[in-house]
Design a protein. Structure first.
Length: 164
């Protein structure tokens, strides 16, 4: 199945407009005939296209640690211990963490020195069990706010239908 993303000058759109594109294109992109990895790979590519973030991707809970999943951006840590870094903290606290300045977050794991701010959103299966996290890094300080939190939480809820 294919879905072409419209050719748009993304940087002329407001954050709210970009999220509208994310939600509508994501719903059209989901392919229920393939596994979650294929869908999440397209999800990461879609977000990278629209927002141009430095790094965007998924970490899955596997054997009590977070393991790197589909992503877009520079190479990243493959495993993150439970409770470690922003991702591990978001997992055990079961809440979205918005970090305006990663240097001020105790225990932040720097996969790239270019990353300046970050948002991490927990992802759950339909059963309510934790599946993993969405991690987004920006090369700009204070790049994420409550709009990102609301919209990315909405996006992560829409993932439930493809997660096993
Ligand atoms: N900064 C994250 C690690 C993952 S990379 O940013 C892709 C953290 O502190 O958990």
């Amino acid at each position: 199945m294919s879905h072409e993303i419209p050719s748009i000058e993304w940087n002329q759109l407001s954050k709210a407009e970009k999220y509208q594109y994310l939600h509508s294109n994501w719903n059209a992109l989901i392919d229920n005939h393939v596994d979650e990895i294929a869908n999440l790979a397209n999800g990461a590519a879609l977000m990278k296209d629209i927002f141009g973030w430095w790094w965007v991707g998924f970490y899955r809970v596997m054997n009590e640690e977070l393991v790197l999943g589909p992503f877009q951006g520079p190479v990243a840590c493959t495993r993150i211990g439970k409770g470690k870094g922003v991702c591990g903290a978001s997992w055990i606290e079961s809440k979205t963490l918005v970090v305006p300045n990663v240097d001020e977050f105790p225990g932040h794991i720097a996969c790239s020195s270019k990353s300046k701010s970050e948002i991490v959103v927990p992802i759950y299966k339909r059963t309510g069990e934790i599946w993993g996290v969405l991690d987004v890094d920006s090369e700009y300080l204070d790049d994420f706010n409550e709009v990102d939190q609301i919209e990315l939480e909405k996006f992560c809820r829409s993932l439930e239908i493809i997660l096993s």
